[in-house]
Design a protein around this ligand. Structure first.
Ligand SMILES: [Fe+2]
Ligand SMILES: [Fe+2]
Length: 172
């Protein structure tokens, strides 16, 4: 099966985007761990793993088509953060960028009448809807519960619970 050069490049670029996401979530997890946000740490370590599995999906898809995927060098992610809230906001922005990239690839596949890549990308379209909702809901908690120490501790517990949900889903 053949896919266009433009589609190949877009899929390869997505490997970089998923790898960067995985690295920046790992940096966020590490910051949370050092700062004492245990929930945030387990949430972002799990999130980092999740992005790595996305990256692998693109690598396997290209390789299975006989197109060698390019494993990219990744720039160092930001590692100094202000607060749990600002991290979650940065993460949402990152997810929105990924959503835009996925949608662009869907458009290329439609233009190319590339039905297999279109079908492959469908999972990512749905995944991005879930990802954006996940971060929007977590950010909302600051408005609902507050930003004092007790509120942030509650939100950290919510993050711990979200990490567990992901691990359970990934296993199933
Ligand atoms: Fe992803
Ligand atoms: Fe994501």
């Amino acid at each position: 099966m053949k896919i266009s050069k433009i589609m190949q490049k877009a899929l390869n670029d997505q490997i970089t985007l998923e790898a960067s996401a995985s690295n920046s979530y790992m940096a966020m997890a590490s910051w949370c761990e050092v700062t004492g946000y245990e929930g945030g740490a387990s949430f972002f370590y799990a999130q980092s793993d999740e992005e790595r599995t996305h990256m692998l999906k693109f690598i396997h898809y290209l390789n299975n088509l006989g197109i060698s995927s390019v494993i990219p060098a990744i720039k160092s992610p930001a590692s100094n953060f202000k607060s749990l809230e600002s991290i979650l906001k940065t993460a949402l922005k990152n997810e929105q960028t990924v959503t835009t990239a996925i949608h662009k690839m869907v458009e290329i596949s439609q233009k190319d009448k590339d039905h297999s890549t279109y079908a492959f990308l469908e999972w990512f379209v749905n995944e991005q809807v879930k990802e954006e909702i996940k971060f929007e809901t977590l950010i909302q908690k600051f408005e609902l519960i507050g930003r004092d120490k007790i509120a942030i501790n509650e939100i950290d517990k919510t993050l711990a619970a979200s990490a567990v949900t992901f691990t359970a889903n990934a296993a199933g």
